[in-house]
Design a protein around this ligand. Sequence first.
Ligand code: ZN
Length: 517
Amino acid sequence: MIKLIKNANIISHSTNGVYDVLIEDDKISKIDKNIDVDADEIIIAEGKTLIPGLIDMHVHFRQPGFDHRETLETGSLAALHGGVTTVGMMPNTKPALDNSIMIEYMQNKSKELDLINILPIGAITKGREGKELAGMRGMTDKGAIAFSDDGAPVYDPNIMYRAAQYSLMTKRPLINHAEVPELAKGNMREGETSCKIGVYGIPEIAESIMVARDIEISKYTGAHVHIAHVSTSQTVDLLKYSKMQNLKVTSEVTHNHLLLNEEACESYSTDTKINPPLPDKKSQKALIEAIRDNTINMIVSDHAPYAKYEKEVEFETAPTGISGVETLLSGIIKLSKEQKIELKDLIEKVTYNPANIFRLENIGDIKEGKSFDEIVEEISKVEKSKVLFSIPTLKFLKAGGRIGKVSGTIGEILNIKPVITCNFDGIYETVSKSRGMKKAIKSMFDKAMEFVNGDEVHSLAVYHSGDEPETLKLVEGLKKNLGDLMNKSLHFFEGKISPTMIVHTGNGLIGMAVIKK
Ligand SMILES: [Zn+2]
């Protein structure tokens, strides 16, 4: 299979500017100003931006054990909507990913789904209980990419110290959820806003004390410690110290902590209740500066979805965490605009840097010899976007639309929308009001009729999710047209199927499945 992308504006670590890209068997074989070959597929990318598929090294996909919140499949679909093609999956499932069998299971599941790369992160301690080291060597052999008890800290410094020694042997970093539990009993960041709205706060030292300890352990052992979801200015200072000392310490921040601060909690929206909590303005500024000057190496989503009913409770009782992988790319673009940070520098923090830090070969860059895992995007449209975003890799077309389970996203508070995947021959249409939903439905309908007229069809299924009146009206229209036109049986589904054609209506999806004879 030879694919040619013409005139794409490339943003990546190794290639920047307008180029043609030739892909042979999913590998980038040539990048040049003008490539002229016979290709099986040519994508004209004029005016579009080509970036490497994003790598989000901090997600919680909840499966096994919490399938009502998210599954590997719905999580993968959410990732694709955020331009993310590789994730690091945290081990706080039930059972936890704390042994080689679980790591292998996760690898197989991910291969079976074949949507994105799901890289398992093994637990540091058995059952993530912080008491006994898990079998890090066995898990490494089966493909664990790093180790973490995320969701909880490794509280016992002796366990963390021993884990650091193992990490030197396995050459896999330790990611610690830096938090002193005794100090972290509140519901938001302690400060002006927490006083104003009467919510019990968590002081910033709940994080920085643990970060200081882990930096000391890295310094003493030489082990690579990666600080998860940095949220305070003190942590940034500690990271600067570790850079000065040339320690093997790396770090990440979520797009939510860069784009929002504690004031968002004034709404008492449980979507703003995350862990670590949203920063005060001073720390938010320090985090942005740390991204600008490379003190913090990576941006992640810390995607941590819950079922709707779990989040629709009072602020104090709500669990911490929110969906976020689907807004990672749009969040970064917003940050670039608002803070006047070069988009290239931010893209680096979700592609090249995580690939480099976690030693993921072949991805995260657009360069001859790398595997083709890229996305073509009309960057200018992303913020408003429900629009035109094509992933020129066939396997992603299988992804269909987001049929996720999450309660909400911080994106809703920020007024950013996930970017939506795939516009391919009318089989999958994503729709903006300006481009016309009716037009997209019609092209889906026409495509279905092609099958019908070719007499290949046994029956047709119409599917929808989301019941805003506009969607329902379109579904009714579609059913009526189909009913008039054919005598074949028409199935109507409410719920999850894998339609071969989908129109995304903004809040809902309308899909059609063609069942062939
Ligand atoms: Zn965490």
